[in-house]
Design a protein around this ligand. Structure first.
Ligand code: ADP
Ligand code: MG
Length: 352
């Protein structure tokens, strides 16, 4: 079982039973940015974990701290202005925040790889994709040019880029957005990592292409038994591929649940708002419900529950007391494994 700490009394959810220890465990992580305007508290006590072969979706509106958490895991935060005043990031039980730069470098890219939203700015425009893929093998595995090229073609096949052999010398701009994102996935897979963090990997793509790329990622994750952290602001795209979800708001996790339970029965008004904002085919023409107001300024997070100014259910206690992430149960008290809510009124929300 996960260690219980004061900010997150609920162990992070698990899609199904795992006997093994988590591959990655983030514990009570805090990240702040010291700027001339003040201190932005971007991450305020996040705890989550992911096991091998498991997909965790991290969901929340823009600015909720999803990417900053990922950057802290990867060790690519801007420091300064970024600072990690508190927390642990355990990879196979070892705290990466306590490792030497050298030890971390060995994990980054090789054991943990990252996929970003914007392939065009991550790829070098003046190098062929084959060269860039091959570089992974030449630099990290010491392969010859010829070997690296053969491996690159193999990888391009693996991510289902048609006519890989013919296209290996093409440049990034010669590929469509969806194909470029497949190349990014290939790069991430190159060194056979244990964990992939994909930060809005399909956000820049058309809806149909989004689904194809997401399915590919899920398929590769299953085949390789990797852990996958899927960061998104779009609940719609992760429904079919995630095992469990952590919903973030203002740098905290406000709800955790196995994915299918979250859709049917959210236990936090923020999650309900996100669900009601998903376009549905059977409601064509109806106006979409959107959560009113904007996410808070992270230099001035509201007291009590950070969501209270936007919450249709807010009471006095919500303006004064910070709700902790607590276990969510059935009405009769029966356990709901992996479920947690940081709402004073979770009972009314889920059972009401
Ligand atoms: P998202 O959930 O959209 O991925 P981010 O994790 O990127 O959100 O960012 C959360 C907040 O952290 C931003 O709104 C911003 O206020 C702050 N932030 C992120 N990076 C920096 C930085 N380099 N300098 C200052 N503030 C930053
Ligand atoms: Mg982001």
């Amino acid at each position: 079982m996960t260690t219980i700490d004061k900010t997150s009394p609920v162990p992070a959810p698990r899609g199904d039973a795992h006997d093994s220890a988590p591959l990655l465990e983030v514990k009570d992580l805090h990240v702040e940015f010291h700027t001339r305007e003040g201190v932005a508290k971007a991450v305020n006590g996040v705890s989550y974990n992911v096991h091998s072969g498991e997909t965790l979706a991290v969901l929340g509106e823009s600015g909720s701290g999803k990417s900053v958490t990922a950057q802290a895991i990867m060790g690519i935060l801007d420091m300064p202005p970024g600072r990690i005043p508190q927390g642990e990031i355990l990879f196979r039980g070892q705290d990466m925040l306590k490792m030497s730069a050298e030890e971390r470098r060995k994990i980054r890219g090789r054991r943990i790889a990252m996929i970003f939203q914007d392939a065009l700015s991550s790829l070098n425009p003046v190098m062929s994709v084959g060269y860039q893929l091959g570089e992974m093998f030449r630099v990290h595995l010491g392969m010859s040019r010829k070997e690296a090229k053969a491996k690159s073609i193999e990888l391009m096949d693996r991510v289902k880029i048609p006519a890989a052999r013919a296209r290996v010398n093409d440049y990034p701009h010669q590929f469509s957005g969806g194909m470029r994102q497949r190349i990014m996935i290939a790069m991430a897979l190159a060194l056979e990592p244990d964990l992939i963090i994909a930060d809005e990997p399909t956000t820049a793509l058309d809806v149909t292409v989004q689904a194809q790329v997401m399915d590919l990622l899920a398929e590769l994750q299953r085949e390789e038994n990797m852990g996958l952290i899927l960061i998104t602001h779009d609940l719609g795209v992760v429904a079919d591929v995630a095992d469990k979800i952590a919903v973030m708001y203002a740098g905290r996790i406000v709800e955790t649940a196995p994915v299918h339970e979250l859709y049917g029965r959210p236990a936090h008004p923020y999650t309900r708002g996100l669900l009601d904002s998903i376009p549905r085919l059977d409601q064509k023409g109806q106006e979409l419900f959107a959560i009113k107001g904007l996410p808070p300024n992270l230099m001035k997070i509201p007291s009590g529950c950070a969501f209270n100014p936007r919450c249709p259910k807010a009471q006095d206690v919500c303006r004064t007391d910070v709700p902790l992430l607590r276990p969510v149960t059935e009405e009769d008290g029966a356990e709901l494994p992996g479920r947690g809510s940081a709402c004073h009124f979770w009972k009314e929300t889920i059972h009401g």
